[in-house]
Design a binder for this molecule. Structure first.
Ligand SMILES: C[S@@+](CC[C@H](N)C(=O)[O-])C[C@H]1O[C@@H](n2cnc3c(N)ncnc32)[C@H](O)[C@@H]1O
Length: 461
């Protein structure tokens, strides 16, 4: 039983009343809930054993654990995520073609869900301030088969200079005091203090200040935390409505296990009742809060790029379009596969930079002077007189039924993940997709019944 700090218990007894508070403290002793979501962008959805219990209110989500070594996980067919953490992305309700920002995005649970909503059309800017965590974000979005994301690692203020009033939707899944994670991560209890809660509140205001500058008139902001404290939840939403031209929107949810926000824990604005809370007592999952707000149509929109940016040296566009001979080399590989819509027009849409061939999600990104980890889909690398397809391309090809696939046994699968060369009975030669249990894992290249391993070195186990 994790020992809860006395101030924490006093605070929630005051807020909830003795009996509800006791139920709440007891629920923190129960086991945390694990769940996973299926990837609607990918072809294959059959696990080795059928998942049993659905997460109420989330399409294609089930309770249970999927190991990080399961072919379903490695291929990006599933994402392991705490059940209540699945909701904020659902509230974003992005439509294909829209521009969406996930401002605090790593490890990427919510970005992967938003990319499913966009279905490859429009733009997802996924930002993570920590460079180490941003790398994990990149791996997860790549595995997911996302084609239209710009992955960046910047402070929110810096992003705000580049994207004034640019986005239709913004998700701020804010760093918080993590009270909702106490039973999943008892270490979080050690960090808890009322001062820490207030410190988190300050940081949330800074992040939101930048976020609002990037929202289009009539754009929508989803704000979420995994904590219970009113200071980081209802009080932040009150602050947002007082400081900016924002109104609180209703949130449509299809689960009974959801509670509403508490106007009396903030400035008594009755609209706060439209915000939502997940309590562990409802047994859906861990603690969460979410609010949805809309910016007025009458905000003053600033210039496109800030003076700061204009002063920066313009990066001259390199020769980036493909030459005829480059197209020929790439076509020798790509023409053998069935291409999903997002990459079908690769001949026209591809760019080459330092021999890397990619279809950008945002063109002219170099002049933004941002730390960009990935822009769109990397198709592969041009080498001397040949083209080597990249891992991200394999993950995108998994969105469509493919014929050039070599299915591995469980034993060979583990060898593939280690980076070993494999033997095969297959008669194909050249690049093939490699799968296990029909989940596409990456590329291999066959010559004389030997599969050369193209699983990326950085992902090998
Ligand atoms: C709750 S986590 C995000 C989880 C993520 N949305 C997901 O679903 O996988 C909050 C993230 O905010 C980042 N963060 C911390 N301080 C920040 C700041 N000042 N500005 C922006 N992001 C920050 C953290 O590194 C962390 O990755």
């Amino acid at each position: 039983m994790p020992k809860l700090p006395e101030d924490f218990k006093e605070k929630y007894t005051r807020l909830l009343g003795k009996s509800r508070a006791q139920q709440f403290f007891n629920s923190i002793n129960d086991s945390p809930k694990s769940a996973f979501r299926f990837n609607s962008l990918k072809e294959n959805h059959c696990l080795s054993s059928d998942p049993k219990k659905e997460v109420s209110g989330i399409p294609q989500a089930y309770y249970g654990k999927i190991s990080g070594q399961d072919p379903a996980w490695v291929s990006g067919a599933v994402y392991s995520q705490e059940p209540t953490a699945m909701f904020p992305a659902l509230f974003v309700e992005a439509r294909p073609g829209q521009k969406v920002l996930d401002l605090c995005a790593a490890p990427g649970g919510k970005s992967t869900a938003i990319s499913e909503q966009l279905k490859g059309e429009g733009l997802l800017v996924a930002n993570e301030i920590s460079h180490t965590r941003a790398k994990v974000l990149r791996e997860n979005l790549e595995r997911w088969g996302t084609t239209n994301s710009l992955i960046v690692s910047e402070k929110p203020e810096k992003l705000a200079q580049c994207f004034p009033h640019y986005f239709d939707k913004i998700l701020v899944d804010a760093p918080c005091s993590g009270e909702g994670m106490f039973r999943k991560n008892p270490q979080a209890i050690k960090y808890w203090s009322q001062n820490y809660v207030l410190l988190c509140q300050e940081r949330q205001k800074e992040i939101l200040n930048a976020a609002i500058q990037m929202l289009k008139p009539e754009g929508e902001l989803v704000y979420s935390t995994c904590t219970y404290s009113p200071e980081e939840n209802e009080q932040i939403v009150s602050w947002l409505t007082q400081k900016f031209n924002l109104t609180i929107m209703p949130i449509a949810v299809k689960t009974h296990a959801i509670a509403h926000g508490h106007p009396e824990w903030a400035d008594n604005n009755p609209d706060l009742i439209k915000t939502v809370r997940f309590w562990p007592t409802a047994e859906l999952g861990e603690g969460q809060f979410a609010a949805k707000l809309k910016l007025s149509p009458n905000v003053v929109v600033q210039a496109k790029i800030s003076p700061n940016q204009k002063k920066k040296k313009k990066i001259r566009p390199q020769k980036e379009a493909l030459t005829k001979s480059e197209i020929q080399l790439i076509a020798e590989v790509l023409d053998k596969f069935s291409l999903p819509a997002a990459i079908k027009n690769w001949r026209l849409n591809s760019r080459v930079r330092n021999n890397h061939v990619f279809i950008p999600a945002l063109s002219d990104s170099a002049n933004l002077h941002l730390q960009i980890l990935a822009n769109g889909v990397e198709l592969g690398v041009l080498k001397k007189n040949r083209f080597e397809p990249g891992h991200q391309l394999a993950m995108v090809l998994a969105e469509q039924k493919q014929n050039r696939v070599v299915e591995l046994s469980r034993e060979s699968y583990l060898k593939y993940l280690h980076g070993e060369t494999l033997r095969t009975q297959a008669n194909e030669t050249g690049f093939v997709l490699v799968s296990c249990q029909n989940f596409i894992l990456g590329f291999g290249k066959i010559s004389n019944h030997i599969i050369k391993n193209y699983y990326p070195k950085g992902l090998r186990v």
